[in-house]
Design a protein around this ligand. Structure first.
Ligand code: ATR
Length: 280
């Protein structure tokens, strides 16, 4: 596509940035909507992230996504941080305002919830306890989103208990820490199970979790999307539980940034899923 001088430009800052699917995803939406704009990979080393973020307004960029390892540093480099990103403790989306100020947002929780509700329109976070496995960076946005969506109880389990306890103390709300050893029993009466650990990812062992106590109606999801059908999702589907794969979270979390930079709220369609899947 040939850009005009008025083209809206955004990008993704990462180090390395080559693994990011965001240029493919936003590029597809830009083409699809015929927008005069571009979304570019920006390889920014960690010691230059603040400088790179502060340069966005001067360059006339509309904003950027920030990915590993910059999400925490980005929080400190913004002029304003929205309340969700502040609670999550990480920024993944930067928006340059009309006045040239830089706002930091975190759309991972939006992506997580939008993925579940797009796939399962009848599912409600408020309908029962949620079980969250893992207490790393990815868990934080999900915990905040589930609490905000009215989950009555969030059972948080992590191999390293101190990490789960630290997170529960920091975030407060309905989070209850349960020992990792008790994970099979923690599934009783659950309405949702989320794997945020790296277990089940290609090259890693499967998550070691017996599902016998899980109610048949409980929704099971995984933030791992390589492979799309993780051993956890396969085992859950085999016993008849509804399952939602993690690819949709990646696609949905990108939507609010696209809307802020390019003026259209894009959709996640089966064609887009196929297009992104081809690159995994
Ligand atoms: P991210 O920021 O992407 O969530 P992370 O901070 O490295 O990544 O967290 C990875 C998660 O997977 C953690 O909850 C980790 O548990 P620990 O806090 O005990 O390290 C979890 N994890 C990694 N390997 C695991 C394993 N073999 N069994 C159980 N959990 C594991």
């Amino acid at each position: 596509m040939i850009l005009t001088a008025k083209a809206a430009v955004a990008g993704v800052m990462g180090w390395p940035v080559g693994h990011s699917r965001s240029p493919r995803l936003h590029g597809w939406w830009l083409d699809h909507h015929g927008i005069d704009g571009a979304y570019i990979p920006l390889a920014v080393p960690p010691d230059r992230i603040t400088e790179a973020i502060r340069a966005l307004p001067a360059l006339g960029l509309r904003g950027a996504n920030v990915t590993v390892p910059h999400k925490e540093a980005a929080l400190r480099a913004c002029d304003h941080v929205d309340p969700v990103a502040r609670r999550v403790g990480a920024v993944n989306t930067l928006v340059v305002g009309a006045d040239g100020s830089i706002e930091g947002r975190n759309t991972d929780g939006f992506g997580f919830m939008a993925n579940l509700t797009a796939d399962r329109p009848d599912w409600r976070a408020a309908s029962g306890p949620a079980v969250v496995l893992g207490a790393g960076g990815a868990a934080r946005a999900i915990l905040v989103a589930l609490a905000d969506a009215g989950a009555p109880e969030i059972r948080l389990l992590n191999r390293t208990a101190s990490r789960a306890e630290g997170l529960a103390a920091e975030l407060g709300g309905p989070i209850k820490v349960i020992p990792w050893e008790d994970r099979a029993a923690a599934l009783a009466e659950a309405a949702l199970v989320v794997n945020t650990t790296t277990q089940g990812m290609g090259g890693q062992p499967a998550l070691d979790l017996a599902l016998d106590r899980l109610p048949p109606s409980a929704l099971v999801t995984d933030i791992v999307y390589t492979p799309l059908h993780t051993p956890l999702l396969t085992a859950a589907a085999e016993r008849g539980n509804p399952v939602v794969d993690g690819l949709g979270m990646l696609l949905h979390q990108a939507r609010p940034g696209f809307e802020a930079w390019f003026g259209r709220m894009p959709e996640v369609t089966p064609e887009l899923r196929r297009f992104v899947l081809e690159s995994l």
